[in-house]
Write a protein that binds this ligand. Structure first.
Ligand code: FES
Length: 321
């Protein structure tokens, strides 16, 4: 559940961008300007059937007449991408949230953007912004093949073109991503942004750390959360510090869901441990962290957790609510 403001928008254009990828251009039903956004922002899309999914905005961030998102049809996902492809059509009116940004650009002398597949969407918006401001940057865009590369023609025709490098898994060796070369010579005035599937992000982040990049200069956004093994999950109790009341959390129910049923709403967005919206302070007990948002150091400190996905190792968690 989220208290985020919503907007009614029309799908003014739906278009195939690559194999399995469609873009959706959204404009306000009443024709007014959309709320402003910054590069790296995403919106929640409320889908037919009650699903809510987050998609990054991939149009230029100075535009106010449209938001554009792009969606990879992934039958193995939790249903959102298939619903977008099969049930949302040009001309439809849908509900979205106002934009939020958990993946904002920081000032830097040089910015390196690394995109894996559909993870290009927020980075495309960043690259446009950096190109418009004359910043020093490079975008490395890794996909399986040219046919699966969304926005390739648009990029080639844009001002960012000289700074974009395409890397196809199916292509010749000399065009493959040389991660050691791309991430060589880290420095305090350089920033790295990476977005894509979990395996891609892990590879980039591990490589960056091995090459000496500081963790707080590496910014990442997962495209969907990696699958968790939940087969051994146990129930535990949560105590709300302000009331002293204790609630049982069943093995197959998240803390957010269990508390919501009791009338205690924690603000959420992704409900996958990616966005950070549900961050909650922990006063007692040991957390079983399952999110991708907190750093390793923050997880080890055991002072806060993501109740949309994380659980408890101890019998009881006391939350600062
Ligand atoms: S709602 Fe996004 S991390 Fe919990």
């Amino acid at each position: 559940m989220t208290a985020q403001e919503t907007i009614q928008v029309r799908v003014v254009k739906k278009q195939a961008e690559a194999e399995g990828i469609a873009s959706f251009e959204l404009a306000r039903v009443d024709g007014a300007a959309l709320p402003p956004f910054s590069a790296g922002s995403h919106i929640d899309v409320h889908l037919p059937g009650g699903l809510t999914r987050q998609y990054s905005l991939c149009n230029a961030s100075h535009e106010s007449h449209r938001y554009r998102i792009a969606v990879l049809r992934d039958p193995a996902s939790r249903g959102g991408s298939v619903a977008m492809h099969d049930s949302v059509h040009q001309g439809d009116v849908i509900t979205i949230s106002t934009p939020r940004n958990h993946f904002a650009l920081h000032p830097a002398q040089r910015t390196v953007l690394l995109a894996g597949g559909i993870g290009v969407t927020p980075l495309l918006c960043m690259a446009d912004r950096l190109a418009r401001t004359g910043a020093d940057f490079a975008l490395h865009y890794c996909t399986r093949s040219a046919e699966r590369t969304a926005f390739a023609a648009e990029i080639a025709a844009s001002a960012m073109a000289p700074r974009v490098h395409f890397h196809f898994d199916a292509g010749p060796a000399e065009q493959k991503l040389d991660i050691a070369a791309v991430l060589a010579a880290p420095g305090p005035d350089k920033r790295l942004y990476v977005c894509g599937p979990a395996g891609f992000i892990d590879h980039v982040v591990n490589s960056a750390k091995a090459l000496g990049w500081a963790q707080d200069h590496i910014h990442l956004e997962y495209f969907g959360a990696p699958a968790q093994d939940t087969s051994g999950d146990q129930g535990f109790d949560v105590r709300i510090a302000s009331t002293g009341k204790v609630y049982a959390i069943a093995p197959d129910v998240s803390v957010v869901e269990a508390l919501r049923k009791e009338g205690i709403d924690i603000l959420t967005s992704c409900e996958q441990g990616v966005c950070g919206t549900c961050l909650t302070r922990v006063l007692e007990g040991e957390v079983d962290h399952r999110d991708m948002y907190l750093t390793d150091e923050e997880k080890a400190a055991n002072e806060q957790f993501m109740p949309c996905c994380s659980r408890a190792r101890s019998k009881l968690l006391v939350l600062d609510l």
